[in-house]
Write a protein that binds this ligand. Structure first.
Ligand SMILES: Cc1ncc(COP(=O)(O)O)c(C=O)c1O
Length: 428
């Protein structure tokens, strides 16, 4: 049998096209997927797994949703890309705006990274200021200015957390802890006149699920208003995941700019920026802020996005996702495990391999979770469940997951957690 990972490592750096896929923080080797259908994926070896990773979020309807696939197949026959205007991109923009009634414009791109990168540039252009403020544990794609972490000296001064990011660029980002409004107030008091935007995942889901308090997000809104900075909600994960549109209304906070990706592309490459006309019309060709893309708004991604969003119009869809997520959470709660709990919002579930209170800040995450999760991940894979290969990544439940499948998942997770906790205690 072909060792695909061995072959991959010879042709692709680390064998992967995105680092977390390499199983670096769990045991074993990456699964090579040959097929996805509903909640299932099948490996090259023919093993079927119940998928809880779901391509990291886009597949809210499940793998290969029949309507999405048929739409894309039909569309493909009419040409894969035009690099020119087409009707459906207008329809998709209008469909997205239905979910963001305060906004007036959408610009489409090919990834979330592009969207957040451009949003930072736009915020700088609108305010004429250089600095972006982000939060420890937030992920905003891999453009230079966001690949930073808090430095050890000056509390808020960022340093690059990737080689190849010049200090001059890292130096234009400030990093604070989530859930610390006092720190944000202090930073604004010192540098508020230079801050272009506060960039935050309103539901941070890239370092575990760090659910924020309403008053923190509202406090950031007030600071932005007071100092004339823009509030940018990075909703690449949360957009259309918990309701049709963004999570702003759930917290009673309206941002100035939103970045999207994942679900709105229906499983094909997509990213977008959403905002009011006065901000968004600074983009070229109307305004002086440059942004472009050969495949931006390409017909296939747009068709997949539209076919997905149209199925999410009905609010019952989100009730159903909430119910399915709660089913797993409740089963885990009842099991009352020593080192495993579900931290959840809607259909986003973080398997927090700890008995401690769920954290709101990255620094408060239990330092033992990688070790514990590694064993659980291995056991779950053996039992036929594909979890995201990192203790810090969240699971996604889709409409394709049945109650019976989710119950068997929760049951297997309880067993795997009990067994691995016992083994760890026995030192085996
Ligand atoms: C909140 C957030 N922003 C931006 C990105 C980057 O999106 P992409 O991977 O499409 O470039 C991600 C990716 O996971 C994300 O979760």
């Amino acid at each position: 049998m072909t060792d695909w990972f061995d072959r991959a490592c010879k042709a692709i750096p680390g064998g992967v096209n995105s680092p977390v896929r390499a199983f670096g923080s769990v045991r074993g080797q990456p699964v090579f997927v040959s097929k996805g259908e509903g909640p299932w994926i099948t490996s090259e070896e023919g093993t079927r797994y119940l998928d809880l990773c779901m391509s990291w979020g886009p597949l809210i309807l499940g793998h290969a949703d029949p309507v999405v696939v048929e739409t894309v197949q039909k569309k493909a026959k009419d040409g894969l890309t035009f690099g020119a205007c087409h009707r459906q991109e207008v329809e998709l923009a209008e469909t997205i705006l239905c979910g963001y009634p305060w906004a007036e414009r959408v610009r489409m791109m090919s990834s979330g990274t592009e969207a957040v990168m451009t949003a930072g540039r736009l915020a700088r252009a609108v305010t004429g200021r250089p600095l972006l403020l982000k939060f420890d544990g937030g992920y905003h794609g891999h453009s230079d200015g966001y690949l930073v972490k808090a430095g050890s000296g000056l509390a808020t001064q960022a340093i690059a957390n990737s080689d190849g990011v010049p200090e001059a660029i890292a130096g234009c980002t400030r990093v604070l802890d989530l859930d610390d409004l006092e720190a944000a107030k202090a930073l604004f008091a010192e540098e508020g006149d230079s801050i272009a935007a506060v960039v935050i995942e309103p539901l941070p889901a890239n370092n575990g699920l760090l659910i924020q308090r309403q008053r923190f997000l509202a406090g950031l809104r007030d600071l932005c208003d007071q100092y004339g900075a823009l509030l940018l909600f990075d909703e690449v994960i949360s957009g259309f995941r918990l309701r049709y549109g963004g999570v702003g209304p759930l917290f009673g906070v309206q941002p100035d700019l939103v970045t999207l990706g994942k679900i709105m592309g229906g499983g094909l490459p997509m990213g977008a920026m959403v905002g009011t006309a006065d901000v968004m019309d600074r983009l070229a060709p109307v305004g002086p802020v440059y942004q472009a893309g050969t495949l931006s708004g390409n017909p296939l991604s747009v068709a997949a996005g539209l076919a997905t969003l149209q199925q999410l119009f009905d609010p019952k869809v989100y009730d159903e996702l909430e119910r399915k997520g709660a089913l797993v959470e409740n089963m885990l709660q009842q099991a009352d495990l020593e080192h495993m709990q579900v931290v959840r919002m809607g259909s986003i579930l973080w398997l927090y391999a700890s008995g401690e209170t769920p954290p709101r800040r990255a620094v408060d995450v239990d330092g033992m979770i990688s070790e514990r999760f590694g064993s659980v991940h291995e056991a779950m894979l053996r039992a036929g469940f594909y979890l995201p290969p990192s203790a810090y990544e969240v699971c996604f439940v889709s409409l394709a997951h049945t109650d019976a499948q989710l119950s068997s998942f929760a049951q297997a997770l309880v067993e795997a957690s009990r067994t691995t906790t016992k083994q760890a205690a026995a030192g085996t």
